[in-house]
Design a binder for this molecule. Sequence first.
Ligand SMILES: Nc1ncnc2c1ncn2[C@@H]1O[C@H](COP(=O)(O)OP(=O)(O)OP(=O)(O)O)[C@@H](O)[C@H]1O
Ligand SMILES: [Mg+2]
Length: 269
Amino acid sequence: MTTLEFRNVVKRYKVRGAGRSNELLAVNDVSFTLESGKTIALVGQSGSGKSTIAKLLLQLERPSSGQILLDGRPIRHRGKGLRDYRHQVQMVFQDPFASLNPYHTIAHHLARPLRLHGRARTRDQLEAGVARLLERVRLTPTGEYANKHPHELSGGQRQRVAIARALAPEPTMLIADEPVSMLDVSIRLGVLNLLAGLQREENLGVLYITHDLATARHFSDEILVMYKGQIVERGPADDVILHPQHEYTKLLAAAAPNPELRLQQLAGA
Ligand SMILES: Nc1ncnc2c1ncn2[C@@H]1O[C@H](COP(=O)(O)OP(=O)(O)OP(=O)(O)O)[C@@H](O)[C@H]1O
Ligand SMILES: [Mg+2]
């Protein structure tokens, strides 16, 4: 089992306001452990620090204090240690269009990480690797999708390409920051189900960041509720939704009164 741990992580940003510089505590003493084979949902209002946690996990930012540990060892920020980390921890972004280059084919987008992470070398290996990735995200016939450009795909198909690209290095952890919030409501559930299926098949650890309590409950083992940089409530998904303790979670739960109904709406039923 692989673990990715946040231990008392703090992230401060300097912000300028009215000529003075102030400090903002975007993440304030946060601890949790993501395990392979498990999904944690991170929910919380806008500005509560969710994406900052994602950026810290991806090493796009460094903690001001505290530690991030992979399998119990502090993560490395450079050299081979960083490259190994990037094999293991991959990201699915909110906006699939922004993360794909309009000038390159889908095959190009998928071949690149396969090559970079040493998963395929020869032309034949790359072609087979690309086809396999497309198959895993159910974009078939694969030959057809491989030669398309991002603008020729729907939003949902583009997000599937982004997911395939994240899978290319064969990661153990996937960080998904609002992976479906920019997609049409009717196709969200399909993409989330795909993620859940992959998570099971590959025994991935998934951090699912969302505003949506219904899908958080349905797709995760554990829910962490963030409020102003802190985790104010945590526990098994059903407990947190059905018996919220913190005022903010109660508000969230009240705003999503019937998760089952909401899922049916998402499914277009
Ligand atoms: N690079 C930065 N410099 C200064 N402040 C920042 C920076 N990045 C984030 N912040 C601030 O940190 C806080 C947390 O932001 P973050 O993006 O993590 O929130 P979030 O929970 O992801 O919100 P949303 O639901 O809107 O995506 C916010 O107050 C934000 O303005
Ligand atoms: Mg965010």
